[in-house]
Ligand binder design. Structure first.
Ligand SMILES: *[C@@H]1O[C@H](CO)[C@@H](O)[C@H](O)[C@H]1NC(C)=O
Ligand SMILES: *[C@@H]1O[C@H](CO)[C@@H](O)[C@H](O)[C@H]1NC(C)=O
Ligand SMILES: *[C@@H]1O[C@H](CO)[C@@H](O)[C@H](O)[C@H]1NC(C)=O
Length: 401
């Protein structure tokens, strides 16, 4: 009897504890309040413009003093250019279950971005849905190969000054310009995203990062007509792992030194696969460029599956010749490690380290390089100019360091 009573008391106290726990947790975290765009009048017929409904749903969610969740259900929602502006009162989520479709009219092509988040802390973008950039109408109008002052086309999703945030389970296809662009962001995790555009679509970079720090990109599949990931001026502590890149131009640092003049440092690219890309891991700076630094850069455990230039530092980068090559780059590259990189090269110069005459690369390390030539490519080699560093471990091609 004593034992039984004790059991009942214990059972009750467990229930009471759970009850207390659930209210305190409830107050602290709060259930998210859902702001469904359809409730704001959005129509998923693929043709009606829904920007007004989306902006109103965002505004209410942003003003909600708790966790606000903008919810886009299944269906195809056409959307014009939208700016989702913070700061918001609480944590924000933007959940996309359906498909968002970009405009195709010409007036839209002059905008800088399609979906833009700005000044938001603790934002999450997710849901498993997709962003269809409708890029095919814009690509023929991209004249940047001929005209350096070309009008740039809109980025699919742009993040400006976003902090402590994450993007996951989103699929972006056929952007008109970049798929994702991060500017002035800090502490963002991008994971399990997919990006796809044809290999010949111009300037469709996967993820472009500028003036940002502490950005993690993991477990993602990116195939585009330009860089899978491009890391620009003012970016520090960027970590990329488990990314499959291809087609595209690889994972790039730069181009540095021409437009913006801040250092790049603390870049790690690990456990990635490049498949049929024109370049693998690349650092590029313009020949005529400012005195900035790119340092503490580490590439490790990388599989090059039929890649044009698997390892390349190019300080005379010139995508649209002619460029002024009389001067040498002012970008100082130092402390760069290429470690455990294997696979096949589609160009004979499998390792190219072409550095600046006035500011030679320093502390460049090649460790365990196992590259072979693709069929029809002759003997592969490595070429170095103006580089200081060393190589150790297995080396194929024979190192020039
Ligand atoms: C990002 O991921 C890291 C490591 O998994 C984690 O510590 C951090 O809290 C995450 N940040 C956000 C904003 O989700
Ligand atoms: C490396 O990436 C592959 C996918 O490309 C993944 O399956 C594997 O688990 C990763 N390894 C580590 C150690 O993260
Ligand atoms: C070189 O860079 C790595 C990160 O890639 C860093 O851990 C290391 O401390 C740097 N070495 C020097 C001498 O700065």
């Amino acid at each position: 009897m004593g034992l039984k009573k004790c059991g009942v008391v214990r059972g009750l106290s467990v229930v009471f504890f759970l009850f207390l726990f659930s209210i305190t947790e409830g107050v602290r975290v709060g259930r998210p309040k859902i702001f469904n765009v359809v409730r704001y009048g959005a129509i998923p017929d693929g043709t009606t413009d829904n920007s007004k409904a989306f902006l109103e749903a965002w505004k209410d969610a942003c003003e909600w003093k708790g966790r606000g969740r903008v919810y886009v259900p299944k269906g195809t929602f056409k959307l014009k250019s939208v700016l989702f502006l913070g700061p918001c009162e609480g944590q924000m989520a933007f959940v996309i279950k359906g498909i968002l479709k970009a405009p195709t009219d010409m007036s839209f092509l002059a905008s800088d971005s399609w979906i833009n988040f700005r000044y938001v802390d603790q934002l999450s973008v997710s849901g498993g849905g997709s962003l269809d950039g409708e890029g095919s109408v814009a690509w023929p109008r991209n004249e940047c190969k001929k005209n350096p002052n070309c009008q740039s086309l809109p980025t699919t999703m742009r993040f400006d000054f976003i902090t402590n945030s994450k993007v996951h389970h989103v699929h972006s296809t056929n952007s008109k310009n970049n798929h994702f662009l991060l500017f002035g962001c800090s502490k963002m995790n991008i994971t399990k995203i997919r990006i796809s555009a044809p290999s010949d679509s111009p300037n469709t970079d996967g993820i472009k990062i500028g003036n940002s720090d502490n950005i993690d990109i993991t477990n993602s599949i990116i195939g585009t007509g330009d860089d899978c990931i491009s890391i620009l001026s003012g970016s520090n502590d960027i970590y990329v792992s488990n990314v499959i890149c291809g087609p595209g131009h690889g994972i790039s640092i730069g181009s540095l030194g021409k437009y913006d003049k801040e250092d790049v440092s603390g870049i790690t690219v690990r456990n990635c696969t490049f498949k049929d890309t024109t370049d693998g891991v690349r650092i590029k700076t313009w020949a005529t460029s400012a005195n900035v630094n790119a340092y503490n850069i580490h590439y490790e455990d990388i599989f090059m599956n039929e890649v044009g230039n698997p390892i390349i530092i190019d300080q005379q980068y010139c995508p649209v010749p002619p460029c002024d090559q009389r001067t040498s780059s002012g970008v100082q590259i130092s402390n760069v490690t290429f470690k455990n990189i294997w696979g096949r090269s589609k160009s004979a110069s499998a390792v190219t380290l072409r550095c600046s005459k006035t500011r030679p690369c320093k502390d460049i390390v090649l460790e365990d390089i196992h590259l072979k030539s693709s069929p029809k490519v002759g003997q592969i080699f490595s070429s170095c100019s103006n580089v200081y560093g060393f190589s150790y471990g297995y080396q194929s091609p024979r190192p020039c360091l």
